[in-house]
Design a protein around this ligand. Sequence first.
Ligand code: GRF
Length: 219
Amino acid sequence: MSERRRLKIAVLISGTGSNLKALIDAREAGRLDVDLCLVISNRAAAPGLEHARRAGIPVAVIDHHGAGEKGQDHAVAERLGVAGPDLVLLSGYMRIVRAPLVDLYRGRMINQHPSLLPKFKGLDTYRRVLEAGDAEHGASVHFVTAALDDGPVIAQVRVPVQAGDTPESLAARLAPREHALLLAVVELFAAGRVEMRNGDACIDGVPLRHPLDLETDAF
Ligand code: GRF
């Protein structure tokens, strides 16, 4: 029987890279059998690049200065083309990814977003959740489509909003849960269990009626 090939993942970041670090740590601990084949940052100063370098993962810095946004996407596509990932993870990548890059990786590009999508697309979600008086917040992992934070959601994790929360305290509560969510979703991809079909996120070939919930759905 032939074994499934290890999933090759390219990760695009702009900043801290704590989610990238969670993947690296899980891989190094033998809890995640994937090949992190490339990390691209649009910022040379992104601290997350250090996590990648220390783990021996090839890195590239591709910004939009000079070449412009189209040129940046083009350069990203070229670099990805050389690395040949099965999955492209946007992990705190603070650039809008447009066609044709999105089309090139349709169904193979996912994004992490710190909200219970479709609520609070865009930036500054923690402050907006507190202002809205919501009782809970969370994070989502979704397929990337041409519209911002809009593709089919694969899975979510929820955390309570507590009295006296600030955007910082809420972010600190969510971060470890978001890392766990990411790992669980990457494991689904590594096992070949998730795909985008006809605009739906499908698990084991079945379209999801709701995003998977990390706490209540066994996945
Ligand atoms: C995460 O909260 C992710 O949802 C958002 O950016 C943050 C990235 O954090 N898109 P980090 O750089 O992995 O620490």
